[in-house]
Design a protein around this ligand. Structure first.
Ligand code: URA
Length: 242
């Protein structure tokens, strides 16, 4: 095969673009193109070598509309009954809720939500961004809607903000904000992300979490039209950085 010609910066042959997006092995991607199953910006393209910009390219692949993202960052409205572990055990993994190309790309959850916690979860295949978003240096605030078993007392709310000691570390952990929305609904904003942190903090002040939902990360909230179990691209990581 003759060598492929040099391409302009940020351009790739279409079969390579499909492969990098997660549409299958190189042969499968080539097959999709040769079988007239790929259109780009509304035009059918049947040449696997045709070069296009690799990022934010508007395609339809085998009936599926797809805008390419060289690095994927998505939000998921996590339902209960899914695990964030990459090797889930008793429950299905959250990656099962993503489109197949994203599953093939091996997106990882940014931090973890418990199986029974619902709400905003980020997933990415961008290693540098994953590191930034999970590093304690970056302190991205996260907001949790907590349903508690017993009405919270003013003293309990104050303790959450002044700091409570958890069983694995003598250094107290504290909420950036803690407000009572109603008698059994506490809203907590945390900048750390310790294991079962909300459940353990609430237990440490003598109450108990009955239900937990993450409603916000940085500036990002769950869009009204993103139902539980659905995912969406995040176009600009700045919304989830401090
Ligand atoms: N804190 C918890 O206890 N559980 C979660 O899922 C998230 C934060």
């Amino acid at each position: 095969m003759p060598p492929r010609p040099r391409l302009p910066a940020g351009h790739q042959p279409l079969d390579q673009i499909l492969f990098a997006q997660g549409f299958g092995a190189r042969r499968e991607c080539e097959g999709l193109i040769l079988n007239d199953l790929v259109s780009v910006q509304g035009q059918l393209v049947n040449d696997p070598d045709a070069a296009f910009p690799e990022d934010r390219l508007d395609m339809v692949v085998d009936g599926q509309p797809w805008v390419t993202h060289v690095k994927a960052l998505v939000m998921l409205n996590k339902p209960a009954g899914y695990e964030c572990s990459l090797k889930p055990g008793a429950w299905p993994g959250v990656h099962n809720l993503l489109a197949l190309p994203l599953r093939r790309r091996g997106l990882q959850p940014v931090g973890r939500l418990d199986q029974d916690t619902t709400g905003l979860l980020l997933m990415t295949d961008d290693g540098a961004l994953l590191h930034k978003l999970t590093s304690p240096k970056h302190n991205v605030p996260k907001v949790y809607e907590v349903t508690v078993k017993h009405p919270m007392t003013e003293q309990q709310v104050q303790s959450l903000m002044s700091g409570v000691v958890l069983d694995d570390d003598p250094t107290p952990v504290l909420a950036e904000k803690a407000e009572m929305v109603s008698e059994l609904h506490l809203r907590l904003s945390l900048t750390q992300g310790k294991y079962h942190q909300v459940k353990r903090m609430v237990a440490a002040v003598g109450n108990r979490v009955e239900a937990l939902h993450r409603s916000q990360i940085g500036q990002l909230t769950i869009p009204d039209d993103l139902a539980p179990g659905q995912w969406r691209w995040i176009e600009d990581p700045a919304v989830v950085l401090p």
